[in-house]
Ligand binder design. Sequence first.
Ligand code: GLC
Length: 491
Amino acid sequence: MKVFFIASECAPIVKVGGLGDVAGALPKALKKNKVDVTVCLPFYKTIDPEKYALELVLKELKVFYEEDYNKVTVWRTMLPGSEVPVLLFENVKYLSGGGVYFARSAFCESHREVERFSFFSKSILEYLKNQKIKADLFHCNDWHTASVPILLATLYKKERILRHAACVFTIHNLGNQGIADLVVLDELGINKNSLKFLDWDAQNRDIDLMMQGIVQSDAVNAVSETYAHEILTKQYGAGLEEVLRGKSGRLFGILNGIDYDVFDPQKDQSLFFRYNLKNWREGKKKNREELKKRLNLSQNDKPLVGMVTRLTEQKGLNLVEKVFDKMIQLGFQFVLLGLGDEEIEEAFKELERKYPQDVSINLKFSTALANQIYAVSDVFLMPSKFEPCGLGQMIALKYGAIPIVRATGGLKDTIQDRKTGFVFKSFTGEALLKVLIRARDAFSQKEAWKKIVEEGMKEDFSWDRSAKEYLNLYQKALQFKHESISAKSDY
Ligand code: GLC
């Protein structure tokens, strides 16, 4: 089965959030399960060409976009530490400029961003057509890649080399749907009449790329079982609940995994001291002393709360803000790393100024510091409003930081209350405060705490199980595609 895995990020080549981790790990696990998978990425300026062995695949591909022929150069490299090829699509006008996303916090959905990713999607299909490469399946991820199923259902519908290919669409986050000015269809060269539901969708003269991508795909999945159910409701469906209900029988939930080659305190080069299930107490203590020194926090035995997160509303930071004073009074220290909405950033900086001895707010992106925080934290906080899967809680488990999570999406599917972490239900400051009190009380009982830490460290969320589920999903998608082709030819 020849699969093209298409995403806006892919670790370690280019990563902004959890999507990048998934795109860097799942293809590797698929490859181990004998899937012939190739990753496709835009060749962003931020990707350092010196770091990767690049092979020129196609010097000049002409891609018609915005009424013009645009030159695309296609490069190939390997996903580090694997046999998975990565195709990098280079184009000065649309793909090279800026970072992965043009905004400070990811996913701004400006028209420039819409053009970047729709151009990227078209370039991939043009490349395959030009080189006569037959794809069996496209695996698309989030709105950035939604133009692929849209193009396959319209402009490339009759293209011999592409018309049998099935499409799987993975929803990582419905919070960003790629709402685009309708002009993007003209830019892509798509006739508006050829698109389903456009009248309904385009009432405000815009098109919801995510929605169209979902409609046009053969199979859809969300990144956890719970999220796959939640998104059928008004509360979590972000306006797409009806469309998703219409996908019944073709909508699945597959939990992400984490890559234990990357996230393992025993192998992690960014830690000051490496550790495992046997010496975690000592290991975490040594890391903590060193990191606290560097972050100017007072040295003591207070339980330390860690957060590595995008600073957006989704992540429940307003709840944390609400209970912050009480949390410090309960005797916690607090370290945060992340970037996001300026207002939230400023509010947390203010809290750092208020509690300089006990609070450290790091507004940046650093994988080394992220891993150090997992290593030094006693508890890892994820009070999300919604969380499609969440990778932080799984990483935290492995590093012996007990997750405190809200029972939503993947958080609910991975953390067991009192056994591997602490779970709270309602999205309120009171509920968060109560769970913090529970955690602090447990922290003072050394043996009980040890048991929870060790249960957590023993959990296994490796990708292999999920890769097998994806393989299953691919097979279903191929079958659905096959059925829809034969239904059409019967007609
Ligand atoms: C998005 C979601 C997060 C998920 C990640 C990878 O960032 O918000 O919950 O873990 O995608 O699927």
